[in-house]
Design a protein around this ligand. Structure first.
Ligand SMILES: Cc1cc2nc3c(=O)[nH]c(=O)nc-3n(C[C@H](O)[C@H](O)[C@H](O)COP(=O)(O)OP(=O)(O)OC[C@H]3O[C@@H](n4cnc5c(N)ncnc54)[C@H](O)[C@@H]3O)c2cc1C
Length: 302
């Protein structure tokens, strides 16, 4: 460990390197054991440096944004977490109603920047608590909009090379893209928006965020919708139909407000959350014949 730390210190400041960092501090579900290394690069060169250093030391690297769609298991992550957050979050306006954002920028800040510039198209994303990188990789969406609708290009680090992928090349589907399926790190993205009236943009954002507060258990730790929407159904309605609202395993339960959300309301472990998810999947399959696929991503050792 000391050898890789000394090498990392040649390209990163000490405050960009954390060891044994509890991942519960970096997931909105508030679960997860420690990551051996938690690295927060501030530039694409530092990302390349980290990947190169870790590869030479045969240390696996997992990329994490805001941890809002992530469950880290209780024994944590052996290897390094590459965290694209605050230090990697510049947003710039480009000609032609476009915004370019680094991956660590939050989607809510991106939507606010669009509002400030009188640009419409990202209102749906203003309440999604993820980062640009996680959002693009997952093709995040809400209220009829998805990032692929406004994404022009993404700059992606893949197989050691930095490449520009068009939105079409990302082959985005429901909460998935080629980056998620095949690997790669989204470094930044360019969004093509439309000129709009700031008052109308603000009022649409306010309306969507009020709908979120009304329907979602935002006062509890969660990873948002636990399951993808199964074709022809709503996950929440199926779970509610099986009588699982309020159903609990340890400190995790099915939200009474919205059955599509598993919440951590009593100091849950990742084990509690994952057992509850399995139990929900089994009950829903048995009683309705529908197989629920998780939207949340799982990392680390059990
Ligand atoms: C209360 C709440 C409400 C939510 N509402 C919505 C919603 O309306 N719509 C929606 O789509 N989602 C929603 N989510 C889920 C989540 O916010 C989104 O999936 C978001 O896009 C995840 O971004 P993140 O930065 O948190 O990614 P993380 O959780 O950190 O990571 C998610 C996945 O993306 C990968 N990843 C992260 N960054 C990168 C990168 N730079 N390059 C490549 N891969 C990367 C990770 O390896 C992981 O597999 C909600 C979550 C919560 C807690």
């Amino acid at each position: 460990m000391n050898t890789i730390l000394n090498e990392l210190l040649r390209g990163l400041d000490p405050d960009q390197i954390l060891t044994d960092e509890p991942m519960r501090e970096h997931t909105t579900m508030r679960v997860g054991g420690p990551a051996d290394l938690f690295l927060s690069p501030a530039s694409p060169d530092q990302v390349l440096f980290i990947l190169d250093t870790c590869a030479r030391h045969q240390v696996p690297v997992a990329v994490v944004g805001n941890g809002s769609n992530l469950i880290v298991r209780d024994k944590g992550i052996r290897g390094a977490v590459l965290h694209l957050g605050q230090a990697f979050s510049a947003i710039e306006e480009l000609p032609g109603c476009r915004l370019q954002a680094q991956s660590g920028a939050s989607l809510s800040r991106l939507a606010q920047e669009a509002l400030k510039s009188g640009l419409s198209g990202l209102e749906f994303a203003s309440g999604i608590p993820g980062s640009v990188g996680g959002g693009v990789a997952m093709n995040a969406g809400a209220y009829g909009g998805e990032l692929k609708d406004v994404l022009e290009t993404a700059t992606v680090l893949k197989d050691g090379k930095i490449i520009t992928m068009t939105c079409g090349e990302l082959e985005a589907g429901h909460r998935t893209t080629r980056v998620l399926r095949e690997g790669g790190i989204v470094l930044s993205a360019v969004f093509r928006l439309e000129s709009g009236d700031p008052d109308a943009i603000r009022s649409r954002m306010d309306d969507l965020n009020a709908r979120r507060r009304d329907k979602q258990p935002l006062q509890y730790a969660s990873s948002g919708s636990t399951f993808k929407r199964p074709a022809g159904h709503f996950a929440g309605a199926l779970i509610e139909g099986c009588g699982l609202k309020g159903f609990r395993v340890g400190g995790a339960s099915v939200s009474v407000k919205h059955a599509g959300f598993v919440i951590n309301d009593r100091d849950a472990t990742a084990g509690d959350v994952l057992s509850l998810i399995r139990e929900i999947q089994e009950r829903v399959l048995r009683e309705t014949g529908v197989s629920l696929e998780t939207e949340v991503r799982v990392l680390g050792e059990a």
